[in-house]
Design a protein around this ligand. Structure first.
Ligand code: NDP
Length: 313
């Protein structure tokens, strides 16, 4: 096994595979580590209907299989394994895999993605892909003229609720505090939308339904003496309580923002460490779409290629 490479790609979502397609076509002979969730977040969604080029839609799993094949066709070596530590203070750069061995690389492309936060209810797993979603842009279309609930009170929740209100019959927002955390303009947008009803001081404690989600168990004023428990019929349950970028192992070397996203030198994918580039959701708190991730993956490979050429590596 080659453990000294010119271009090492960490992560196998749309960003990682697009970087791999470009890097392998540029003869960088990249090695890509798939990570904990091969294929990334798309493999936990159902149909992908907004990725250009698929007029009839495609399942997330198929799309990722195709991207993988395309990367391999040009010589990307795809390996299973997870980056568990890095040392970006040395040259070549060092990445430890599965706590077991190290790979040395002249350039590293980070595409480790982000994970949507979930409440931690067993029912979220039970109904995954059957009414539970953490991405309104991806799955909202399936809820046209239906009733959905969005959990969260931040900008993402307000944005998702507004987006869903354009499709669904009715949107409930389940907010645990007596107020929204979102910016004023986003708050006004949801509060003035006749299709959106905000349930303040509510918590969701479970879901029910025979064939997919048919309703949510709610608790109003949880833990208070006048606590109220009741069920609300819904067809879709959307989580919008934030995302966690997968950047734990990089924090000692890379500049991260307050939430933990990698800061890149816009409009490039350069990080503060020469030869290390970041693309996809790990560096994107705003768009978080498969197509935007793929776009930045392309940029990262081009940036890596130019870097290697300039350095004569
Ligand atoms: P935030 O952290 O801002 O908000 C998370 C929301 O989820 C809060 O209302 C929080 O409640 C709630 N929440 C968290 N955990 C739980 C839980 N266990 N149970 C119930 N509710 C919970 O995350 P966002 O994703 O909304 O935003 C992240 C960042 O991105 C922010 O800085 C935001 O401004 C920015 N953003 C900007 C956008 C724009 O400008 N268009 C669009 C989207 C995001 P509580 O308030 O009680 O903590």
């Amino acid at each position: 096994m080659r453990n000294r490479v010119r271009c090492l790609i960490i992560g196998s979502g749309p960003a990682g595979y697009t970087a791999a397609i470009y890097a392998s076509r540029a003869n960088l002979e990249p090695v890509l580590y798939e990570g904990m969730e091969p294929g990334g977040q798309l493999t936990i969604t159902t149909d992908v209907e907004n990725f250009p080029g698929y007029p009839d839609g495609i399942t997330g799993t198929e799309l990722m299989e195709d991207l993988k094949k395309q990367a391999q066709r040009f010589g990307t070596e795809v390996r299973s394994g997870r980056a568990t530590a890095v040392d970006f203070s040395v040259r070549p750069l060092k990445v430890v895999i599965d706590d077991e061995y190290a790979v040395e690389a002249d350039s590293v492309i980070i595409s480790t993605g982000a994970c949507a936060k979930y409440l931690g209810l067993a029912d979220e797993t039970k109904y995954a892909g059957q009414g539970v979603s953490a991405c309104a842009t991806c799955d909202g279309f399936f809820y046209r003229r239906k009733t959905v609930a969005v959990v969260g009170g931040g900008d993402t929740a307000c944005e998702e609720a507004s987006y869903l209100a354009g499709l669904a019959e009715k949107v409930y927002m389940i907010v645990r505090k007596p107020q929204l955390r979102a910016s004023k303009i986003m708050q006004e947008r949801v509060l003035n939308n006749p299709k959106i009803e905000v349930f303040f001081e509510h918590n969701a404690t479970g879901l029910f339904g025979e064939n997919g989600v048919e309703g949510v168990h709610l608790v109003k004023w949880m833990g208070e003496p006048d606590e109220e428990r009741y069920d609300l019929p819904i067809d879709g349950f959307f989580l919008a309580i934030g995302h966690t970028p997968n950047t734990g192992i990089f924090k000692d070397f890379l500049n991260l923002d307050q939430v933990g996203y990698i800061i890149t030198e816009h409009p490039t994918t350069k990080t503060n460490v020469e030869g290390v580039f970041a693309c996809g959701d790990v560096a994107d708190p705003i768009y978080r779409q498969a197509i935007t991730a793929a776009g930045t993956g392309c940029r990262a490979a081009v940036d890596a290629e130019r870097y290697l050429m300039e350095k004569g590596l």
